[in-house]
Design a binder for this molecule. Sequence first.
Ligand code: PMP
Length: 393
Amino acid sequence: RSMSSVNIPPPECMLRPLELPPRYLFGPGPSNVPPRVLAAASRPIIGHMHPEMYEIMNDIKKGIQYAFQTDNNMTIAMSASGHAAMECAVFNVVEPGESVLITVNGIWGERVAEIAERIGANVHKLVKAPGGCYTNKEIEQAIEKHKPVLFFLAHGESSAGLCHPVDGIGDICRKHNCLFLVDTVASLGAAPIFMDKQKIDILYTGSQKALNAPPGTAPISFNEIACNKMFNRKTKPVSYLFDMRHLSNYWGCDGKPMREYHHTGPVSGFFALRESLAILAEKGLEESWRKHKEVSAYFCKGIEDLGLKLFIPDKDLRLPSVTTISIPEGYEWREMLTYIMKNHQMEMTGGLGPSIGMVMRIGLMGYNCEKTNADKALHALADALKNCKKSKA
Ligand code: PMP
């Protein structure tokens, strides 16, 4: 037996092939990825700084501008998941000691508040129970009181299943010289959002929800007002990787003739993102919104027919991509979800952050947004209701 110079042997698991179960991804994300997007991701890669790659990034930029309904030049995709966009927004426009105002009606406000706290911002939270809505008057009063440089709202609050109205808030923010930051990770492509018309200063989303690309890239856009703030700051943003001075150059948004090396972007992830944005452009935003609304209404009706209660009572405030159901009496939500996964190969999830123990969440997004899938999910839920009733209690 020959002596080996390595004392850690090759792991047993690495000598077995990759195995993946077929799975219905009916949770709040990631969603199933259509074959066309998978095919794009599996193309041979090219260099991250090749001219053809820059063309693809330019296409992505146009695709995002369409999806966001914005003319903003400063429109890019982060080389990481939705959290990167959250951090990018806050890190670049907020300096230590500045006041920010954050609505917390689910986990996403909590997260953004924590991100802002970490850079030493003066964080003010407007807290409501999960799924709570804010009136424009409440928002304006809080802005007058705290004089924030940034106001955060989740358009699609996926931990609560809420689609929060946005109209009028941009005007309030502008009047008070405050940037309006909106999270559409869970809602983009599923519910209407108009970045420019609604005077949203910074908007971001994720790749893995209604866009149906794999997780790992996150579109974000800044308007002129946000650019003015972030490019005239006194301190450098805390993150090198997320510094928009560098990212704007990498994405060809800074007007300079040359793009310099900053980091190696996820080439395959950008192929996939481009393809998912192409599908959205072909289908059309309005059709995508219509479809989500139709399937969501159909699914909600089916939920109620099963005797279950929808967590968001007002149907106009329900997030079309992620439906939240109140945990039915006499059931343990974890047991139901495990049962559904085991017997139906279907992912549904529980609550998140403050909504844990309050809701079960079912996502039918983009490619998965079909009545046939709603029927499959309803069938699985009906089966779980029949078989998971608590004998204890
Ligand atoms: N915001 C919302 C509304 C989300 O639903 C999610 C993902 N669940 C995120 C932000 C964070 O995105 P990611 O998991 O891609 O970092």
